[in-house]
Design a protein around this ligand. Structure first.
Ligand code: HEM
Length: 473
């Protein structure tokens, strides 16, 4: 228990240099296994993935996800498979044009916000966190509902604190009564706030569905948001039985309000901080490396031209930008520790791992493994131009920013689009300099530990407009 502060991605990477790629720790009654090399990651994410694909959930997570009625914390099995199918096919697919439109429109608005601040220091960290929150909020709840956003952000912040809160009951169940009342009251209050917030949204959507035939309301075309998509599977009846649903036919699968609430929280958590921290890190690495920044901006001038914004169709031509983003995700995977749990006893590399062990796959340590990467701590995007350099799909276990296999990120395509389009437009529309004469080499690059690993000190820089057409704001 005295080692708790070492159980970060950095601390575990350090322990791995001493004890190897597979490390066992016992925390109270809990077995924890840290996986820190590509070989061991392949063993748990591919060779024995059936055993290693559950998720651990502490007391707070189980309660706040309505007894794991979501996808991210559901154990691997038929219920998870159905939820994942809905997400991949209905919510995150490229065919769902509204999600992509949310990204485009919010990036556009962000450029206009920056335009109003040219010549003064802009807190890029705060700017991009609000950008990605707006994107996910708009994609989830529709374009007209930015009103309640502040209230929703507060609910999310409380959820985030409670997810990470240290609770003795998670490690030593018989001591769980200590502070239990106070903690449980806080959990109940947080879930009530979410109930109140999303129930209203669900009721509005139900009303809209009743008056809406074939995508039209009073004869006018209406945009669908993610809640609309989920309403197609909604049943007023208690659908808790579907948690044990075994039939794979999608038509029979029903979800209730709890599933919708829990899934919306997955999307908000999965899609907001991950993308924001990646944008901020990409901007930081490029500010720290003026040579690479120059190459990215030259490519933007050549391939896009200075008379317009960057569009989706430009991205495939922006090779240098793409390798800078790949290199950023190698050095700063937004989710540094992938959290899994074993479904049954297993043996890895000769060591017995009991059922219900918590497994932390250290994507951060793997991306900086010196036996896989030359000069592992240096930002060197050109390494991704080499033949055989890994892509994002997770087939090469030395590079797993989106995970690999069954539990890998279902929002990868949408996340990459938001990340690439944001960085491209921020660098295309503006030149950036560090404030108060700060030199690139002086930029602090320390990260924070949590579910994601954003910068400790927000990136601040001063923009000046770079394009040749007058931008109306
Ligand atoms: C740069 C952007 C992103 C990165 C780097 C990222 C990374 C990841 C990683 C590493 C995992 C866990 C893999 C594992 O446990 O093995 C994950 C899971 C997940 N991600 Fe993402 N993600 C990103 C964007 C998104 C977006 C935009 C969404 C949704 C809108 C999303 C939704 C999810 C969900 C729901 C899961 C849980 C999947 C499951 O448990 O089956 N992610 N992501």
């Amino acid at each position: 228990m005295t080692m708790m502060d070492q159980l970060t991605h950095r601390g575990l990477a350090q322990l791995a240099t001493k004890y190897g790629g597979l490390l066992h720790l016992q925390m109270g009654s809990l077995h924890v296994v840290a996986v820190s090399t590509p070989e061991m990651a392949r063993e748990v994410l591919q060779v024995q993935d059936g055993i290693f694909s559950n998720r651990p959930a502490n007391v707070a997570i189980a309660y706040l996800t309505y007894d794991r009625a979501d996808m991210a914390f559901a154990d691997y099995g038929p219920f998870w498979r159905q939820m994942r199918k809905i997400c991949v096919i209905k919510l995150f697919s490229r065919r769902r044009a509204e999600s992509w439109a949310s990204v485009r429109e919010e990036v556009d608005l962000t450029v206009r916000t920056v335009m109003k601040k040219t010549g003064v220091p802009v807190n890029i960290g705060e700017l991009v966190f609000s950008l990605t929150r707006n994107i996910t909020y708009r994609a989830a709840f529709g374009s007209f509902s930015h009103d309640g956003q502040d209230e929703f952000v507060e609910i999310m912040q409380e959820f985030s604190k409670l997810f990470g809160a240290f609770n003795l009951a998670d490690f030593i169940p018989w001591l769980g009564w200590i502070h239990a009342n106070e903690f449980n009251r806080r959990l109940a209050r947080a879930r009530e706030s979410l109930d109140e917030f999303i129930d209203t949204i669900i009721d509005d959507h139900l009303a809209k569905k009743r008056g809406n035939t074939e995508g039209k309301l009073d004869g006018v075309e209406v945009e669908s948001d993610m809640v609309d998509e989920l309403m197609a599977f909604y049943s007023e009846e208690d659908a808790s039985a579907t948690k044990k649903y075994v039939d794979d036919s999608q038509s029979g699968f029903k979800i209730n309000r709890d599933h919708i609430k829990a899934l919306i929280m997955d999307i908000m958590f999965g899609g907001t901080e991950t993308v924001a921290s990646a944008i901020e890190w990409a901007m930081s690495e490029l500010m720290k490396s003026p040579e690479d920044l120059k190459k990215v901006q030259q490519e933007l001038s050549d391939k896009v031209g200075l008379t317009r914004f960057v569009h989706e169709s430009d991205l495939e031509n922006l090779t240098y930008l793409k390798i800078c983003i790949k290199e950023t995700l190698r050095l700063h995977p937004p989710i540094p520790l992938l959290l899994h749990e074993t479904a049954e006893d297993s043996v890895v590399s000769g060591y017995r791992i009991p059922a219900k062990s918590r497994v932390m796959i250290n994507a951060y340590a793997i991306g900086r493994d010196p036996s896989s990467w030359e000069d592992p701590d240096t930002f060197k995007p050109s390494r991704f131009l080499n033949d055989g350099a890994p892509d994002f799909k997770g087939n090469d276990f030395k590079y797993i920013p989106f995970g690999s296999g069954r539990r890998s990120c279902p929002g990868m395509q949408l996340g990459l689009y938001a990340l690439e389009l944001s960085v491209a437009n921020l660098l295309h529309c503006f030149n950036w300099v560090l404030p108060d004469g700060m030199k690139p080499s002086e930029l602090d690059m320390e990260d924070m530990f949590g579910l994601t690993a954003p910068r400790v000190i927000r990136l601040v820089a001063v923009p000046s407009y770079r394009l040749t057409f007058p931008l109306k704001v």
